[in-house]
Design a protein around this ligand. Structure first.
Ligand SMILES: Cc1cc2nc3c(=O)[nH]c(=O)nc-3n(C[C@H](O)[C@H](O)[C@H](O)COP(=O)(O)OP(=O)(O)OC[C@H]3O[C@@H](n4cnc5c(N)ncnc54)[C@H](O)[C@@H]3O)c2cc1C
Length: 487
């Protein structure tokens, strides 16, 4: 039984009274992330150091409170939405860059550091932290690590897991482990990799060692507009088929172009059926060659016009429209719901047609803005949840969209994670044994299920249900080693 009052007193002693919140408004504010699911929490704590994080985990354990780690709360899957008596541990006051070592191409940072603050701080040294989610102004490195965040430039540079060398993790028993290593390759199981994308279910990340990427010497940003969604989508496949892997390929359909343009005034063609923003980088010669190949692919698919950013200001403006697209849809309706399934690039046109058909059948407005190069869709269903019956229609349409993506060989999530919103979809792509094996990994870190319970795995998936575990006889297996196996 949780003793919330005792936990609050102990946390206030350890962190200071100003770092613990329990009033109804604060608890309501931290009861959800940027998704559509809402929960409830008992207490909110703001550690400022590794020692504070350890104290939070220890005190929560002593007083029977589950723990929900939280960065900036921009998650779109309900992964940091707390349930019931949870203690929400918010890292937003742990924002220091601890160490930058360009000679080793690495930096150590605290988990609450906003992604863009890291990139901005690194820029004068000629380096960057490559994963750049559209939420980078706000979302934290710790949140990015725990969702394995993607971003506009992850097509060429890879998602978060490619850019994290090591991390310090506070385990559910309040002990601290360092996973991974500063050296390029660590021996043994990749436990660092287990943490990345684990959505706060294996511990609290208290420090992250990130890989530094040199800023490219040259970059070109291009905007292509098309009269049909099909031509736009086909251009994406044609670019990749040509052998070029641009730094970024983002696609926006008509509805989102109109919304983003009226917010950002980026000069987007508002009469286009869809646009592509393509960025290539590298040496000047390679940028020239890549640009020519990309433009050729677009012309073969009847591109209407090609706009090349003339300077950094114009480049920034083109990206501003894309990065503010989720916010801009507020002009359409007050709420939106989205999934981030990934489909094979060659299925993009077909799946998009299906998405429009599903939305129309449910009487809903859908707009699409997504990482097209990765096939990572983000169909945004805009609606007003105060209208009775609307949320139900949105959820039915979402369900059909997810199933459509899976039916063409897609994956459930490209970057936002599973959280609460998508956990019941997990059996669509994983067998019972797959899920039980994942539960076993989780149990190895968190045997008592205290860390962000109810997330990722569907209700009922347990380690003990793993068919192999059920039948295994560990002692027998060890005893069956042939004579002389030990040296
Ligand atoms: C407008 C908008 C645009 C977005 N664009 C992108 C995009 O381009 N690419 C993308 O990948 N995502 C995007 N997202 C989703 C979101 O920003 C990412 O999932 C981001 O990584 C979440 O970071 P956060 O700090 O907000 O984490 P939170 O939402 O606070 O938490 C996310 C998960 O990480 C866990 N967590 C957070 N910090 C820690 C920690 N220190 N230790 C252990 N667990 C922790 C939480 O428990 C939760 O499970 C977007 C969201 C919005 C609102």
């Amino acid at each position: 039984m949780a003793d919330v009052d005792a936990a609050q007193r102990a946390l206030e002693d350890a962190l200071g009274p100003s770092e613990v919140l329990s009033d109804p408004l604060s608890r309501a504010l931290y009861a959800r992330d940027a998704s559509m699911v809402e929960g409830a929490c008992a207490l909110v704590a703001f550690p400022r150091s590794l020692e504070d994080v350890v104290a939070c985990v220890r005190i929560a354990g002593e007083h029977g409170l589950p723990i929900v780690p939280r960065g900036s709360g921009t998650g779109l899957a309900g992964a940091s939405t707390p349930i019931a008596d949870a203690l929400v541990v918010v890292t937003s006051k742990m924002t220091r860059i601890l160490e930058v070592r360009p000679e080793d191409r690495l930096a150590w940072v605290e988990p609450g550091l906003p992604n863009l603050d890291l990139a901005t701080a690194l820029a004068p040294s000629g380096f960057t932290y490559a994963p750049d989610p559209s939420s980078q102004q706000t979302s934290s490195i710790g949140g990015n690590v725990n969702t394995n965040a993607g971003g506009l430039h992850c097509l060429a540079y890879g998602v978060t897991s490619n850019h994290v060398l090591a991390l310090d993790l506070v385990l559910p028993d309040a002990s601290v482990v360092r996973l991974g290593s500063e050296a390029p390759e660590a021996a043994g199981y990749d436990l660092r990799g287990v943490v990345i994308g684990s959505e706060g279910t294996v511990g609290i990340v208290a420090a992250v060692c990130v890989r530094l990427t040199p800023l490219p010497p040259d970059v070109r940003t291009m905007l292509f507009d098309f009269e049909t969604v099909e031509d736009c989508a086909a251009t994406v496949s044609a670019i990749i088929a040509s052998g070029v892997v641009p730094a970024a390929i983002e696609m926006m359909d008509h509805g989102i172009v109109v919304a983003a343009e009226s917010f950002a005034h980026a000069g987007y063609p508002t009469d286009a059926a869809a646009i592509l923003i393509v960025e290539v980088d590298g040496t000047p010669a390679s940028v020239r060659a890549q640009s020519e190949a990309v433009e050729r692919a677009a012309r073969e698919h009847r591109v209407r016009s090609v706009r090349v950013a003339r300077d950094e200001a114009e480049r920034g403006l083109i990206w501003k429209g894309r990065k503010s697209a989720f916010g801009a849809v507020a002009q359409i309706a007050p709420h939106y719901h989205l999934h981030d399934c990934v489909v094979p690039r060659s299925s993009l046109a077909r799946v998009l047609a299906g998405v429009y058909e599903i939305a129309a059948r449910h009487g809903l407005v859908v707009t699409n803005v997504f990482h097209a190069g990765d096939g990572n869709l983000h169909p945004l269903l805009s609606f007003d949840r105060r209208v009775p019956g609307t949320l139900e229609r949105v959820l039915r349409a979402s369900d059909e969209i997810v199933r459509l993506c899976i039916s063409v060989g897609g994956a459930l999530s490209g970057e936002h994670g599973i959280g609460l919103e998508k956990r019941e979809f997990m059996p669509l792509v994983f067998t019972d044994d797959d899920l039980a094996a994942q539960a076993c990994v989780r149990t190895a870190f968190d045997p008592d299920g205290r860390m962000n319970p109810h997330k990722v795995l569907p209700e009922g998936a347990r380690c003990g249900d793993f068919a192999m575990a059920r039948g295994a006889d560990a002692a027998g297996a060890a005893a069956s080693l042939p004579e002389g196996s030990w040296i």
